[in-house]
Write a protein that binds this ligand. Structure first.
Ligand SMILES: Cc1ncc(COP(=O)(O)O)c(C=O)c1O
Length: 407
């Protein structure tokens, strides 16, 4: 329907279309639908009591400061807490390397704002995180996709993508959204070397790295880059912009995340952020610091991991039990998602309505592929539904797929 507003909108809004998928996903909000579609953490692991206690303490002891405007870079004690956390992983940083943002989603948008001109190319994994594409579409990004397998981006195919002269590489090395795959260490090293060789920066988006259920943590891309560029300086000045968030380790409703980058990039991002929201909510930052500074988050991450590991295992067992032959899925060692590949003749987008009719939902995989493909794939979230609903939901999904295959 035409409205008088249509001719008033800026050119860039033409690239800000709501995807068909987002419209479809609205159907999954009915309470009787078992949804594996959202990327939601489990509300069962929100530290409500700890946050309540912190709110009371903050208001009593530093109410005036916590309710006041703050600096754009973020609440200094919180930035220092993140600095200490990062140094633990052997990446030398100072608080000049840290910017607090209103969710990593804001960081993605600000990065688009400071780095992308219309028509600039971005190298992405295919599939990749839809929210990044949504942020960068508005700035006119074009995508050069590199295929992935169970060990993440196939870095042997990266060099060809780098020859197209991209502005940056966007990578999700740990328990990737959407596939759940983790980038192998050799590939991390190759990525850093190639990025250095071609002079292309890397954006490392890492919301899930802490949520490892088994195996050893792999070195972050920013750390490997720090080794390559390190000159003994306590301040990171390399080629990677690293993002992480409190969304999956405390609560997404706090809208708190952080960027690690060379100080000059932090300064530029802070300028962009000033224009967006002046600063991230002071109160939320002070509360997160109050909750986190005594080591609570480390403990809490263990609780989250044990709940999600159980749910992942329940989903893997249910897939074994209910999926027909020809359906394959990933076995992530952490995070929130796994990725299923169906026989090629099935379009998961076409099948979606039938699944919702059977009261189960997923995200069709095509929407994570910026340049097409993945029509027979789907993302399944295992963190949100409780074990009983996971079993019931996968059983319903198995039935829908069998019907689609006429078996
Ligand atoms: C890969 C990735 N990046 C960024 C975000 C946004 O996170 P935040 O809640 O910090 O905005 C998400 C959220 O699910 C994500 O999966």
């Amino acid at each position: 329907m035409q409205t008088p507003w249509d001719h008033r909108y800026a050119e860039r809004t033409k690239r800000m279309k709501s995807s068909a998928i987002r419209e479809l996903l609205k159907l999954t909000e009915q309470p009787d639908v078992i949804s594996f579609a959202g990327g939601l953490p489990s509300p069962d692991v929100f530290p409500v009591k700890e946050i309540e206690a912190a709110c009371v303490k903050v208001l009593r002891e530093q109410g005036a400061q916590a309710l006041q405007y703050g600096s754009t870079e973020g609440y200094l004690p919180l930035r220092e807490m993140i600095t200490r956390h990062t140094i633990r992983y052997n990446l030398p940083v100072t608080s000049d390397n840290i910017l607090i943002t209103s969710g990593s989603q804001q960081a993605l948008d600000l990065l688009g704002k400071i780095l992308l001109n219309h028509g600039d190319r971005v190298v992405v994994e295919s599939p990749t995180y839809m929210g990044a594409l949504q942020a960068w579409n508005a700035y006119g990004a074009e995508y050069v996709s590199v295929r992935c397998d169970e060990n993440g981006m196939i870095t042997d195919e990266l060099e060809e993508a780098l020859r197209t002269g991209p502005k940056f590489i966007y990578i999700l090395p740990n328990f990737q959204n959407p596939t759940g795959s983790t980038l192998a260490t050799e590939r991390r090293m190759k990525l850093v070397e190639l990025a250095d060789k071609y002079g292309v920066p890397i954006i490392e988006d890492d919301p899930y790295g802490q949520l490892r259920f088994e195996g050893e943590h792999l070195p972050s891309v920013v750390k490997l880059d720090g080794i390559l560029h390190g000159d003994g300086d306590a301040c990171y000045r390399g080629n990677v912009i690293y993002l992480s968030t409190f969304s999956k380790i405390l609560s997404p409703g706090l809208r708190l995340a952080w960027v690690i980058a060379p100080p000059e990039v932090i300064r530029k991002l802070a300028l962009a952020k000033q224009g967006a929201d002046l600063h991230t909510a002071t109160f939320n930052q002070v509360v997160a610091y109050e909750v986190g500074h005594g080591g609570f988050i480390d403990q809490h991450v263990k609780t989250i991991c044990s709940v999600y590991k159980e749910r992942r295992d329940v989903m893997l067992d249910a897939l074994d039990e209910f999926m027909p032959e020809g359906v394959n899925w990933s076995h992530p060692k952490g995070g929130l998602f796994l990725w299923a590949t169906l026989p090629e003749k099935i379009s998961t987008e076409t099948m979606f309505q039938k699944a919702v009719d059977q009261k189960v939902a997923y995200v069709p995989g095509g929407s994570f592929h910026p340049n097409g493909g993945g029509d027979n794939t789907m993302r399944l979230n295992f963190s949100y539904a409780c074990p009983e609903r996971i079993i019931e939901g996968i059983s319903r999904l198995g039935m829908v797929i069998r019907q689609e295959l006429n078996i």
